[in-house]
Write a protein that binds this ligand. Structure first.
Ligand code: PEP
Length: 263
């Protein structure tokens, strides 16, 4: 269902009226985690003024350590919905439990499946039945074939509104948190009709790499970007090392605007 053999033309997925697909570069930005109404609103306003057309933010956080900040849960979803009402930005947020899919879908415009859950088949089937677009991140140890099979689980339940997100894979390299597999973008775009976006924040795990990885993503033809921003990155409760400040996201927006369109 997700292959170009089945559907030769590349698909455009609409999320709350925002298109993601060929001929557009959709920027989705926001905090890694929702921490408070003020922090989320400020991050959303930063994102919007830098040209983002969607808001990201985690209410249910899949943290490696059980002692790390786990998110605000439903309160975080309410904050995201309030910030959407205030800014007009459609919201993508992660769902980590099949039992929460209905709840998260009642607040969000798009459901995110994170890297750690890419092969949680019960969760994939649940979002496939939810009737809401899905952002499917690549598992950090997943091959492209496994990633597309995960998308197939969602599609098989009748939901073809799927956007794929390359967010780096685990390699022997330790200088970066993950290794952005930039070649996955054109490879997947040839195999599948689904849009492919890049997360330059989680792949490098470092603020200084967000700009070069963004440039690489655009140069290779990504359909969008997923970028972490925070009004005060130093105090962020989650992944502050990769979060961009207001001036940094503005700078990236200027660079994006100055890049020539892909031929
Ligand atoms: C995220 O985008 O909030 C996230 C946790 O990313 P990943 O699943 O790619 O680690």
């Amino acid at each position: 269902l997700v292959s170009r053999e089945h559907h030769p033309a590349r698909s455009v997925i609409r999320v709350g009226g925002v298109p993601i697909g060929p001929d557009t570069l959709t920027v989705i930005a926001g905090p890694c985690a929702v921490e408070s109404p003020e922090q989320t609103l400020r991050a959303a306003l930063m994102a919007r003024s830098a040209g983002a057309s969607m808001l990201r933010g985690g209410a249910f956080k899949p943290r490696t350590s059980p002692y790390s900040y786990q998110g605000l849960g439903e309160e975080g979803l309410r904050i995201l919905a309030d910030v959407r009402a205030e800014t007009g930005l459609p919201v993508v947020t992660e769902v980590i439990d099949p039992g929460h899919v209905e709840l998260v879908a009642s607040y969000a415009d798009m459901l995110q499946i994170g890297a750690r859950n890419m092969q949680n088949f019960a969760l994939l089937q649940a979002v496939g039945s939810a009737g809401v677009p899905v952002l499917l991140k690549r598992g950090f140890s997943a091959t492209i074939e496994e990633w597309l099979s995960a998308a197939e689980y969602i599609a098989q339940r009748g939901n073809l509104d799927i956007v794929l997100c390359e967010r780096g894979i685990r390699t022997f390299e330790t200088a970066t948190r993950n290794t952005l597999d930039i070649s996955a973008v054109p490879v997947v775009q040839r195999l599948s009709h689904l849009p492919v976006i890049v997360d330059p924040s989680h792949s490098g795990g470092r603020r200084d790499l967000v700009l070069p990885l963004t440039r690489a993503a655009i140069a290779v033809g990504a359909d969008g970007l997923l970028i972490d921003v925070h009004p005060q990155p130093k105090t962020a409760l989650c992944d502050g090392d990769q979060a961009l400040s207001e001036s940094e996201i503005r700078h990236i927006a200027d660079v994006i605007a100055s890049m020539p369109p892909l031929m």
